[in-house]
Design a protein around this ligand. Sequence first.
Ligand code: NDP
Length: 287
Amino acid sequence: MAEIIDGKAIAMARREIAAKRAAEFAARYGRPPGLAVVLVGDDPASAVYVKNKKRACADAGIASLEILLDASTTQEELVSHIERLNEEDGVDGILVQLPLPAHLDSRDVLLAIDPAKDVDGFHPYNLGGLLAGEPSIVPCTPAGIMRLLEEYGVSPSGKDAVVLGRSTIVGKPMALLLMMGNATVTICHSKTRDLPAKAASADILVAAVGRPEFVRGSWIKPGAVVIDVGINRTPDGLKGDVHFQEALERASLITPVPGGVGPMTVAMLLENTVEAAYRRIGRSPGL
Ligand code: NDP
Protein backbone atom coordinates (compact mmCIF):
# COMPACT_ATOMS: atom_id res chain seq x y z
CA MET A 1 0.00 0.00 0.00
CA ALA A 2 1.41 3.36 -1.05
CA GLU A 3 2.17 6.24 1.29
CA ILE A 4 0.07 9.26 0.34
CA ILE A 5 2.04 12.44 -0.29
CA ASP A 6 0.64 15.31 1.77
CA GLY A 7 0.85 18.16 -0.72
CA LYS A 8 -1.26 20.41 1.49
CA ALA A 9 1.12 20.21 4.44
CA ILE A 10 4.22 20.79 2.32
CA ALA A 11 2.52 23.65 0.50
CA MET A 12 1.61 25.27 3.85
CA ALA A 13 5.24 25.04 4.99
CA ARG A 14 6.44 26.60 1.71
CA ARG A 15 3.82 29.35 2.03
CA GLU A 16 5.12 30.17 5.50
CA ILE A 17 8.64 30.49 4.12
CA ALA A 18 7.36 32.74 1.31
CA ALA A 19 5.53 34.85 3.92
CA LYS A 20 8.71 35.26 6.01
CA ARG A 21 10.68 36.31 2.95
CA ALA A 22 7.92 38.71 1.87
CA ALA A 23 7.85 40.31 5.35
CA GLU A 24 11.61 40.68 5.30
CA PHE A 25 11.44 42.29 1.85
CA ALA A 26 8.73 44.72 3.02
CA ALA A 27 10.72 45.66 6.13
CA ARG A 28 13.91 46.29 4.16
CA TYR A 29 12.59 47.94 1.03
CA GLY A 30 9.48 49.74 2.26
CA ARG A 31 6.89 47.85 0.23
CA PRO A 32 5.64 44.28 -0.03
CA PRO A 33 6.31 42.14 -3.12
CA GLY A 34 3.43 42.59 -5.57
CA LEU A 35 1.58 40.24 -7.91
CA ALA A 36 -0.81 41.39 -10.65
CA VAL A 37 -3.32 38.80 -11.81
CA VAL A 38 -5.07 39.47 -15.10
CA LEU A 39 -8.37 37.69 -15.74
CA VAL A 40 -10.17 38.12 -19.06
CA GLY A 41 -13.79 36.99 -19.35
CA ASP A 42 -15.93 35.01 -16.94
CA ASP A 43 -14.74 31.40 -17.04
CA PRO A 44 -15.94 30.07 -13.65
CA ALA A 45 -12.93 27.76 -13.05
CA SER A 46 -10.52 30.62 -13.82
CA ALA A 47 -12.41 32.90 -11.43
CA VAL A 48 -11.96 30.31 -8.64
CA TYR A 49 -8.22 29.97 -9.40
CA VAL A 50 -7.80 33.76 -9.32
CA LYS A 51 -9.71 34.03 -6.03
CA ASN A 52 -7.48 31.34 -4.47
CA LYS A 53 -4.31 33.06 -5.68
CA LYS A 54 -5.52 36.40 -4.28
CA ARG A 55 -6.24 34.83 -0.91
CA ALA A 56 -2.88 33.07 -0.86
CA CYS A 57 -1.14 36.40 -1.59
CA ALA A 58 -2.99 38.09 1.26
CA ASP A 59 -1.97 35.29 3.66
CA ALA A 60 1.67 35.62 2.60
CA GLY A 61 1.81 39.42 2.83
CA ILE A 62 2.13 39.83 -0.93
CA ALA A 63 0.19 42.77 -2.40
CA SER A 64 -2.13 41.51 -5.11
CA LEU A 65 -3.64 43.57 -7.86
CA GLU A 66 -6.55 42.07 -9.77
CA ILE A 67 -7.17 43.26 -13.32
CA LEU A 68 -10.60 42.01 -14.40
CA LEU A 69 -11.26 42.55 -18.08
CA ASP A 70 -14.37 42.03 -20.13
CA ALA A 71 -14.55 38.95 -22.43
CA SER A 72 -14.67 41.36 -25.40
CA THR A 73 -11.25 42.90 -24.56
CA THR A 74 -9.09 43.18 -27.68
CA GLN A 75 -5.55 41.90 -28.04
CA GLU A 76 -4.25 45.49 -28.17
CA GLU A 77 -6.11 46.46 -24.99
CA LEU A 78 -4.82 43.40 -23.13
CA VAL A 79 -1.23 43.97 -24.26
CA SER A 80 -1.41 47.62 -23.24
CA HIS A 81 -2.56 46.57 -19.73
CA ILE A 82 0.44 44.24 -19.53
CA GLU A 83 2.83 46.93 -20.76
CA ARG A 84 1.56 49.25 -18.03
CA LEU A 85 2.12 46.51 -15.41
CA ASN A 86 5.63 45.93 -16.80
CA GLU A 87 6.43 49.56 -15.93
CA GLU A 88 4.80 49.58 -12.49
CA ASP A 89 7.44 49.44 -9.80
CA GLY A 90 5.29 47.82 -7.09
CA VAL A 91 4.40 44.93 -9.41
CA ASP A 92 7.01 42.14 -9.28
CA GLY A 93 4.95 39.41 -10.89
CA ILE A 94 2.38 39.38 -13.69
CA LEU A 95 0.15 36.40 -14.23
CA VAL A 96 -2.36 36.14 -17.06
CA GLN A 97 -4.92 33.50 -16.14
CA LEU A 98 -5.27 30.95 -18.94
CA PRO A 99 -7.20 29.93 -20.97
CA LEU A 100 -7.94 33.26 -22.66
CA PRO A 101 -11.10 33.78 -24.73
CA ALA A 102 -10.70 32.25 -28.20
CA HIS A 103 -10.21 35.56 -30.06
CA LEU A 104 -7.05 36.34 -28.05
CA ASP A 105 -3.62 34.94 -28.89
CA SER A 106 -2.11 33.68 -25.63
CA ARG A 107 1.34 33.35 -27.19
CA ASP A 108 1.52 37.05 -28.08
CA VAL A 109 0.09 37.99 -24.69
CA LEU A 110 2.73 35.94 -22.83
CA LEU A 111 5.44 37.49 -25.01
CA ALA A 112 4.34 40.96 -23.84
CA ILE A 113 5.16 40.14 -20.19
CA ASP A 114 8.55 41.36 -18.96
CA PRO A 115 10.44 38.04 -18.41
CA ALA A 116 11.65 39.37 -15.03
CA LYS A 117 7.99 39.56 -13.94
CA ASP A 118 6.87 36.31 -15.59
CA VAL A 119 6.16 34.42 -12.34
CA ASP A 120 4.36 31.63 -14.20
CA GLY A 121 7.62 30.96 -16.06
CA PHE A 122 5.82 30.56 -19.41
CA HIS A 123 7.69 33.27 -21.35
CA PRO A 124 10.04 31.74 -23.97
CA TYR A 125 12.94 33.55 -22.25
CA ASN A 126 12.34 31.66 -19.00
CA LEU A 127 11.53 28.38 -20.75
CA GLY A 128 14.76 28.84 -22.74
CA GLY A 129 16.70 29.32 -19.51
CA LEU A 130 15.36 26.00 -18.30
CA LEU A 131 16.32 24.31 -21.57
CA ALA A 132 19.81 25.78 -21.32
CA GLY A 133 20.15 24.40 -17.79
CA GLU A 134 20.16 27.93 -16.32
CA PRO A 135 16.68 28.24 -14.90
CA SER A 136 15.55 31.51 -13.33
CA ILE A 137 11.76 31.42 -13.06
CA VAL A 138 10.48 27.84 -13.32
CA PRO A 139 6.80 27.03 -14.09
CA CYS A 140 4.98 26.54 -10.79
CA THR A 141 3.46 23.06 -11.22
CA PRO A 142 6.64 21.18 -12.21
CA ALA A 143 8.66 23.22 -9.69
CA GLY A 144 6.17 22.17 -7.00
CA ILE A 145 6.47 18.52 -8.02
CA MET A 146 10.27 18.64 -7.74
CA ARG A 147 9.82 20.11 -4.25
CA LEU A 148 7.43 17.29 -3.27
CA LEU A 149 9.93 14.67 -4.46
CA GLU A 150 12.71 16.34 -2.47
CA GLU A 151 10.59 16.57 0.69
CA TYR A 152 9.80 12.84 0.46
CA GLY A 153 13.44 11.95 -0.07
CA VAL A 154 12.98 10.83 -3.70
CA SER A 155 16.10 11.60 -5.71
CA PRO A 156 15.49 11.37 -9.48
CA SER A 157 19.17 10.60 -10.06
CA GLY A 158 19.62 7.42 -12.10
CA LYS A 159 15.87 6.69 -12.03
CA ASP A 160 13.69 6.04 -15.05
CA ALA A 161 11.08 8.80 -15.16
CA VAL A 162 8.10 8.82 -17.50
CA VAL A 163 6.09 11.99 -18.07
CA LEU A 164 2.65 11.56 -19.63
CA GLY A 165 1.84 14.83 -21.44
CA ARG A 166 4.02 17.35 -23.28
CA SER A 167 2.32 20.69 -22.62
CA THR A 168 4.47 23.79 -22.25
CA ILE A 169 3.13 24.48 -18.78
CA VAL A 170 3.52 20.99 -17.27
CA GLY A 171 4.89 18.08 -19.33
CA LYS A 172 7.87 19.69 -21.08
CA PRO A 173 9.27 21.67 -18.13
CA MET A 174 8.65 18.64 -15.88
CA ALA A 175 10.73 16.44 -18.17
CA LEU A 176 13.55 19.02 -18.24
CA LEU A 177 13.61 19.34 -14.44
CA LEU A 178 13.71 15.56 -13.99
CA MET A 179 16.53 15.36 -16.53
CA MET A 180 18.40 18.13 -14.67
CA GLY A 181 17.95 15.92 -11.61
CA ASN A 182 19.76 13.16 -13.58
CA ALA A 183 16.73 10.97 -14.29
CA THR A 184 16.45 9.17 -17.62
CA VAL A 185 13.27 10.69 -18.98
CA THR A 186 10.66 9.43 -21.44
CA ILE A 187 7.97 11.89 -22.59
CA CYS A 188 4.69 10.39 -23.79
CA HIS A 189 1.78 12.03 -25.62
CA SER A 190 -1.29 11.23 -27.68
CA LYS A 191 0.73 9.62 -30.48
CA THR A 192 2.82 7.40 -28.19
CA ARG A 193 2.53 3.69 -28.92
CA ASP A 194 1.88 1.24 -26.09
CA LEU A 195 1.54 3.77 -23.31
CA PRO A 196 0.91 1.13 -20.59
CA ALA A 197 4.29 -0.50 -21.31
CA LYS A 198 6.08 2.86 -21.29
CA ALA A 199 4.39 3.84 -18.04
CA ALA A 200 5.30 0.49 -16.50
CA SER A 201 9.00 1.24 -17.01
CA ALA A 202 8.78 4.26 -14.68
CA ASP A 203 10.37 4.53 -11.26
CA ILE A 204 8.81 8.01 -11.22
CA LEU A 205 5.58 8.40 -13.18
CA VAL A 206 4.11 11.88 -13.73
CA ALA A 207 0.63 11.97 -15.26
CA ALA A 208 -0.40 15.29 -16.88
CA VAL A 209 -2.86 14.24 -19.53
CA GLY A 210 -6.18 15.77 -18.51
CA ARG A 211 -8.23 12.54 -18.63
CA PRO A 212 -9.94 11.21 -15.50
CA GLU A 213 -8.50 7.97 -14.10
CA PHE A 214 -6.61 7.38 -17.36
CA VAL A 215 -3.64 5.60 -15.76
CA ARG A 216 -4.63 2.17 -14.47
CA GLY A 217 -3.04 0.28 -11.61
CA SER A 218 -1.70 -2.39 -13.98
CA TRP A 219 0.40 0.30 -15.75
CA ILE A 220 2.34 1.06 -12.59
CA LYS A 221 5.62 -0.62 -11.75
CA PRO A 222 5.43 -2.01 -8.21
CA GLY A 223 7.11 0.48 -5.87
CA ALA A 224 6.96 3.41 -8.31
CA VAL A 225 6.44 7.01 -7.21
CA VAL A 226 3.27 8.31 -8.85
CA ILE A 227 2.61 12.02 -9.30
CA ASP A 228 -0.90 12.87 -10.48
CA VAL A 229 -1.17 16.36 -11.97
CA GLY A 230 -4.65 15.95 -13.44
CA ILE A 231 -7.58 18.02 -12.28
CA ASN A 232 -10.69 16.68 -13.97
CA ARG A 233 -14.20 17.73 -13.01
CA THR A 234 -16.53 14.71 -13.39
CA PRO A 235 -20.10 13.99 -12.26
CA ASP A 236 -18.46 11.96 -9.43
CA GLY A 237 -16.37 14.91 -8.29
CA LEU A 238 -12.76 15.95 -8.87
CA LYS A 239 -10.61 13.16 -10.34
CA GLY A 240 -6.93 12.93 -11.17
CA ASP A 241 -5.39 11.38 -14.26
CA VAL A 242 -4.57 8.25 -12.24
CA HIS A 243 -6.99 5.62 -10.96
CA PHE A 244 -6.14 6.32 -7.34
CA GLN A 245 -7.52 3.18 -5.68
CA GLU A 246 -5.78 0.86 -8.15
CA ALA A 247 -2.54 2.83 -8.03
CA LEU A 248 -2.48 2.73 -4.21
CA GLU A 249 -1.96 -1.04 -4.42
CA ARG A 250 1.14 -0.73 -6.63
CA ALA A 251 2.92 2.53 -5.91
CA SER A 252 5.25 3.27 -2.99
CA LEU A 253 4.31 6.97 -2.91
CA ILE A 254 1.40 8.73 -4.58
CA THR A 255 -0.15 12.20 -4.70
CA PRO A 256 -3.90 12.45 -4.07
CA VAL A 257 -6.29 14.67 -6.07
CA PRO A 258 -7.15 17.04 -4.55
CA GLY A 259 -4.46 17.76 -1.94
CA GLY A 260 -1.36 16.72 -3.87
CA VAL A 261 0.13 18.77 -6.68
CA GLY A 262 -2.55 21.50 -6.76
CA PRO A 263 -1.65 23.22 -3.45
CA MET A 264 2.05 23.17 -4.43
CA THR A 265 1.31 25.12 -7.62
CA VAL A 266 -0.05 28.04 -5.59
CA ALA A 267 2.80 27.85 -3.07
CA MET A 268 5.38 28.00 -5.87
CA LEU A 269 3.62 31.00 -7.38
CA LEU A 270 4.13 32.84 -4.09
CA GLU A 271 7.79 31.76 -3.96
CA ASN A 272 8.34 32.84 -7.57
CA THR A 273 6.78 36.25 -6.83
CA VAL A 274 8.96 36.88 -3.78
CA GLU A 275 12.06 35.72 -5.65
CA ALA A 276 11.18 37.97 -8.61
CA ALA A 277 10.88 40.91 -6.20
CA TYR A 278 14.36 40.27 -4.77
CA ARG A 279 15.88 39.62 -8.18
CA ARG A 280 14.46 42.86 -9.61
CA ILE A 281 16.44 44.82 -7.04
CA GLY A 282 19.52 42.65 -7.50
CA ARG A 283 19.19 40.75 -4.22
CA SER A 284 18.26 37.24 -3.18
CA PRO A 285 16.09 36.15 -0.25
CA GLY A 286 18.17 35.85 2.94
CA LEU A 287 16.43 32.73 4.24
P1 NDP B 1 -2.84 19.85 -22.09
O1 NDP B 1 -4.20 19.53 -22.59
O2 NDP B 1 -2.18 21.10 -22.53
O3 NDP B 1 -1.86 18.64 -22.45
C1 NDP B 1 -2.26 17.32 -22.31
C2 NDP B 1 -1.17 16.40 -22.78
O4 NDP B 1 -1.63 15.07 -22.63
C3 NDP B 1 -0.81 16.59 -24.25
O5 NDP B 1 0.58 16.54 -24.43
C4 NDP B 1 -1.50 15.42 -24.95
O6 NDP B 1 -0.80 14.91 -26.06
C5 NDP B 1 -1.47 14.36 -23.86
N1 NDP B 1 -2.57 13.42 -24.05
C6 NDP B 1 -3.88 13.69 -24.20
N2 NDP B 1 -4.58 12.55 -24.38
C7 NDP B 1 -3.67 11.54 -24.37
C8 NDP B 1 -3.76 10.14 -24.53
N3 NDP B 1 -4.91 9.52 -24.74
N4 NDP B 1 -2.62 9.42 -24.44
C9 NDP B 1 -1.43 10.02 -24.22
N5 NDP B 1 -1.30 11.34 -24.06
C10 NDP B 1 -2.40 12.10 -24.15
O7 NDP B 1 -2.95 19.78 -20.51
P2 NDP B 1 -2.04 20.41 -19.34
O8 NDP B 1 -0.67 19.92 -19.43
O9 NDP B 1 -2.29 21.86 -19.28
O10 NDP B 1 -2.76 19.77 -18.09
C11 NDP B 1 -2.81 18.37 -17.87
C12 NDP B 1 -3.70 18.11 -16.67
O11 NDP B 1 -3.10 18.71 -15.53
C13 NDP B 1 -5.09 18.69 -16.74
O12 NDP B 1 -5.98 17.83 -16.05
C14 NDP B 1 -4.99 20.00 -16.00
O13 NDP B 1 -6.22 20.41 -15.42
C15 NDP B 1 -4.01 19.61 -14.91
N6 NDP B 1 -3.24 20.72 -14.37
C16 NDP B 1 -3.09 20.75 -13.01
C17 NDP B 1 -2.35 21.71 -12.41
C18 NDP B 1 -2.19 21.66 -10.94
O14 NDP B 1 -1.82 22.65 -10.34
N7 NDP B 1 -2.42 20.50 -10.31
C19 NDP B 1 -1.70 22.78 -13.17
C20 NDP B 1 -1.84 22.63 -14.61
C21 NDP B 1 -2.60 21.63 -15.17
P3 NDP B 1 -0.58 15.76 -27.43
O15 NDP B 1 0.49 16.78 -27.09
O16 NDP B 1 -0.16 14.76 -28.41
O17 NDP B 1 -1.91 16.41 -27.72
